[in-house]
Design a protein around this ligand. Structure first.
Ligand SMILES: Nc1ncnc2c1ncn2[C@@H]1O[C@H](COP(=O)(O)OP(=O)(O)O)[C@@H](O)[C@H]1O
Ligand SMILES: [Mg+2]
Length: 262
């Protein structure tokens, strides 16, 4: 695999494994203390670099060691958050503890002071991006929930976008992760909760995070991942109890539908 010389000097011949957890198509090389993420240049990648450097000192996020842009690709060598991500079996086997960790992660995000945050993830901005994706035919309909575009669902991404534009909920602004699913939250070996994959983070509606987290919990417990292995003891109400938030079905549905266009 091609790696720019300036990055090679950091990793020399150190051993690594390739990680296949993410869905974005990025190449991830995991070294003992560092991670090299290689992906196509995009606004999302640039945003991730910007927000991560701003978040440093505010949240436990991987600091960038060196970042190089070459021929349309970004090679970002960053600190590895050593620990276990929240989709690990040992957490799924203990729903009470997992939900405590989720609530702690959510609280940490909510407590970030957003006054000088360099990334705005307002609904209008997200819908604009969704519109661009729809126009460029980038929505992968195969990679959506069967009910979204199936029988009784939307006939096309265009129709879904139209519905989203006509049914905007009232936003409750907070710092959000933007892709708040279990594999993107890591309980570090130091006991602190770390966050990765922050390309869609910024100031947005907290319900965006709640919706994606509730879907992630459901899929992980129900055996959608983990080769079909199911884990007992989780009910969705437990999440809302832990977060101390009343479930807003409409908003959860809205943000899950919005996510189908990304
Ligand atoms: N800084 C990091 N520390 C620890 N693990 C990481 C780090 N960056 C990436 N990973 C691992 O690589 C996987 C994919 O990286 P991620 O940034 O989440 O990309 P994707 O957008 O493909 O989900 C993660 O789920 C995690 O297992
Ligand atoms: Mg990820």
């Amino acid at each position: 695999m091609y790696i720019p010389d300036s990055i090679k000097s950091y990793i020399s011949n150190k051993p690594y494994t390739l990680d296949s957890k993410g869905k974005s198509g990025a190449v991830i090389m995991m070294f003992h203390d560092a991670v090299l993420k290689i992906e196509e240049v995009s606004e999302e990648v640039r945003r991730e670099e910007r927000v991560v450097s701003w978040l440093n000192g505010r949240l436990y996020v991987p600091s960038t060691i060196i970042s190089v842009e070459e021929e349309g690709k970004i090679y970002r060598l960053m600190e590895r958050i050593r620990g276990k991500d929240l989709s690990s079996p040992s957490f799924l086997e203990n729903p009470e503890r997992l939900l405590d960790l989720c609530a702690e992660a959510y609280e940490k995000l909510s407590n970030v002071d957003i006054s000088d945050c360099p990334s705005c993830r307002s609904l209008d901005i997200c819908l604009k991006e969704a519109e661009e994706r729809v126009e460029k035919n980038l929505v992968d309909v195969e990679d959506t929930d069967p009910s979204t575009f199936g029988k009784g669902g939307f006939s096309s991404p265009e129709k879904l976008l139209e519905w989203l534009m006509d049914n905007k909920p009232k936003e409750e602004k907070s710092f959000i992760h933007g892709d708040f699913c279990l594999p993107n939250i890591i309980l570090g070996e130091n006991g602190d909760i770390g966050f990765i994959d922050l390309g869609r983070s910024g100031v947005g509606d907290k319900y965006n995070d709640i919706a994606l987290l509730s879907r992630s919990l459901k899929s992980n417990f129900s055996g959608h991942y983990n080769g079909g292995k199911q884990y007992p003891g989780y009910r969705e109400e437990m999440l809302y109890e832990r977060l101390g938030i009343r479930k807003d079905e409409e908003k959860v549905r809205y943000y899950l539908l919005l996510d189908e266009l990304f």
